[in-house]
Structures are given as C-alpha cells and as structure tokens.
Design a binder for this molecule. Structure first.
Ligand code: BT5
Length: 259
C-alpha cells in the first residue's frame, strides 16, 4: 500500500489526521502516546510494518509488509459510550466482518471477543486500549490487524489458533487502501449502535461457537468448559457449566478455545 494512494482513497472520510509509517513498533503503542498528548478523535495511524505489533495479554501480532493491514484509530468515547467500553473491540471486529462482506462471498464470524474468523480461521484481530491521565480517560485506541494476502499468514507453529487471510476466500483482488476505507466506513456506521441492544444482536448473530462446547482458559491457566449461551449487554460471555449453572466471563479474564 503506497502512502499517496492511501491518502487519496481516504480523502473524503471524516478523519482528523492520517499518520503513515513505513515501520513502527506498534500503531497501538504510538496511538496511546498520541492520545495521552491530546490527539483528536479519528486520528488514524497506519503502519506498513510493525516491529512490536501486539495482541491481548502482551501476545505478539505479526504484520507482513505489503500483505497485511495494521492500523489504529484514536477515539474519544462519548459519555453514553463509556458504559460500554468493552464493546469497542467487538465494534472493530464487526466492522471488519462488514468490510469482508462488501468484497467477498464468504460468511464471517467473530470469535469472542476480538477475532474475525473466515472458514473457522483467524484473519483479523482487534486490540482496544485506553490512555489514562490519572482517572481521566484521554482516549481509546482501536487497533486492527488484518491478514490480506496469503504471505501475511504466519506459520501454524507461530500461532495459537489456525490462521487465514481475506484473499484466500475472495475472487476479486483485495486492495489494502479500499479495505481500510470500508472498515472505517462501517465502523462509523455501527458506532452509534454500541449503546443499544441492536449492537448486541448483531454481535451475537456473528458469534462463532454459539450453542457449542467451548473451553475458556483463565489468566492463571485454569480451564473452564461449558456450552456457549451468548453474550451479555456488556459483551461478557455467558457459559453454561457442567452443573447446569450459568457463569459470566469478562474478556480480559479468559481466552476462548473450541473444545
Ligand atoms: C489480537 O490479539 O488478535 C489483537 C491483534 C491486534 C493487532 C493490531 S495491528 C494494529 C494494532 N497495533 C498493534 O500493536 N496491535 C494492533 P489476541 O487475541 O491476543 O491474539 C494474538 C495471537 O494471535 C497471537 O498470540 C498469535 O497466536 C496470533 N497471531 C499473531 N499474529 C497473527 C496473524 N497475523 N494472523 C493470525 N493470528 C496471529
């Protein structure tokens, strides 16, 4: 993706600024620094390559120059959205799903809470982080990484979950700049729904493993198995345990694996 082409493609979108980097440690890391320094809502950071791209729980995210999309968007959640901060990560995932649907004839699914799956394999990941000044939230940084072309897919030995890329499921040629434009356009369309039940309905509609047996792994490595019942209004996972009781898990506490 050439910088000039990207700027032309994104020219008419309501972005405050477009910061393009040939190489960067992490667009989320730089986004957090800029948010803390007062960067405006819808400042976009795009990197061709990342040397320290990251996922949740400090996991590594692989960005392949020329084949992956890696960007972060600075948001300043409105007061009514602040009750729903945990839904920004799914917002990013649903925007990626909608961008895939614009281009390809393949069903998309969200693996709770932040992965986009095509044919059951991970093609995109979302990382929402917040910048704080004491008790004041200085902004939310929504980072999205998408595998576009086949060489962006890391070897199976390097990933916790099977991976794929968008191009492998599409006949038409995927162009990074247009794909980013589509994600952003869907994101701003979906964002007003975040504080409504309609958002949860859309989220649940895309949820993979609904009604299936799954295993959650807690931060201490403990495994919790049960049937996925759905998600709560806050985006927490509802699980029916072996004893028939329902348990609720927040995204920051557990990782999900199909059983
Ligand atoms: C995520 O975390 O999936 C969130 C990834 C967010 C990346 C974007 S890129 C732009 C912005 N800047 C950043 O520094 N980050 C964001 P998580 O659910 O924790 O998944 C991480 C796991 O995904 C790793 O441990 C690997 O197993 C796997 N993985 C790493 N790179 C991958 C890739 N390119 N494709 C598929 N899986 C990958």
């Amino acid at each position: 993706m050439q910088e000039r082409q990207l700027r032309e493609t994104l020219a008419n979108l309501p972005l405050a600024d477009i910061l393009y980097f040939d190489a960067l440690d992490s667009t989320n890391e730089r986004g957090l620094q800029l948010a803390a320094a007062g960067a405006a809502e819808y400042t976009l950071l795009v990197a061709k390559s990342q040397t320290a791209g990251r996922g949740r729980f400090a996991r590594k995210w692989v960005t392949q120059p020329g084949a992956s999309l890696a960007f972060s968007l600075i948001l300043h959640p409105y007061p009514q959205e602040r009750q729903h901060m945990s839904l920004f990560s799914p917002l990013g995932a649903l925007a990626v799903c909608a961008a895939v649907a614009d281009t390809c004839n393949i069903p998309t699914a969200v693996k709770w809470p932040n992965d986009v799956l095509l044919d059951g394999k991970k093609t995109a990941g979302v990382l929402a982080e917040t910048a704080w000044d004491g008790d004041t939230c200085k902004g939310l940084v929504l980072g999205i990484g998408v595998n576009l072309l086949p060489i962006s897919v890391p070897p199976a030995t390097d990933v916790l979950f099977p991976a794929t890329c968008v191009q492998s499921h599409c006949d038409s040629l995927i162009q990074a700049d247009l794909f980013l434009k589509s994600i952003f356009s869907h994101l701003i369309q979906l964002r007003p729904l975040i504080s409504t039940g309609e958002f949860i309905q859309k989220y649940q509609h895309h949820l993979s493993y609904l009604g299936e047996q799954i295993t959650l792994t807690g931060t201490a490595g403990e495994a919790i198995s049960g049937e996925m019942l759905g998600i709560t209004l806050k985006g927490e996972l509802r699980l029916q345990l072996a004893d028939g009781k329902e348990a609720i898990f927040a995204a920051g506490d557990v990782s999900l694996r199909p059983t």
